[in-house]
Design a protein around this ligand. Sequence first.
Ligand code: GLP
Length: 261
Amino acid sequence: MAELVVVADEHAAGALVADAIVSLIRRKPDAVLGLATGSTPLATYRALATRIGDDAIDVRGVRGFALDEYVGLPAGHPESYRAVITREVVEPLGLTPELVRVPNGDPVTVEHAGADYEAAITAAGGVDLQILGIGRTGHIGFNEPGSSLASLTRVKTLTAPTRADNARFFESPEDVPMHCITQGIGTILRARHLVLLAFGEAKAQAIAAAVEGPVTASQPGSAVQLHPHTTVIVDEAAASKLENLAYYRHAWDNKPAWQGI
Ligand code: GLP
């Protein structure tokens, strides 16, 4: 079972995750972070930036791999995930830009970009802590329903609901790219610790399916049940469709403090 933690809000989640990442970096100054985009992890990145500043944590050796990228956006497009990761993570945290990779969505080279990315993650020794959001459709990264649970980084076609959800970041819905390149579910499962975040009622169904539903490619988030160290952190609204909520609270309330998340 994944550990499920209910927190008051995204700021409380951010404080928990920041703690875990800071202790990881203290143990391993060249830790490898798996970075999600989307609105969900933003409060966590802010909490982490504050902790790094307050505690004067040296993050110059920290490495990072983003989960995904759109295919075909012009270089430097503000909504490319490269730009988002630079703006929301690399700069505020003070990471070394060359140590943070994002899949390459250039159509000219995209055919081998997946294999290149896998090789880079392997060469880095794998991801230590992977931050994940979840889409309404249950997707993690951009692994839409039906994605193989063993999949590796490759090009995918976005679903209509995901393109509609992401249209808010673009001038018009047609501007949302049709394709993306995303770490596969198999790639994500190789990370040593998965931290799945979700806030708000709109995520309640996807969280219930991920945590308590059958493990199925139809609900990519359910793959977290295959991982030996998954922490799911949600607010009350995102937890509202979980059947075993009372037990998750009981387990968390009685967890030895030394275990962290
Ligand atoms: C996006 C990203 C995912 C993200 C999800 C949820 O499309 N590719 O990595 O987890 O959709 O986004 P949000 O956090 O904005 O709800």
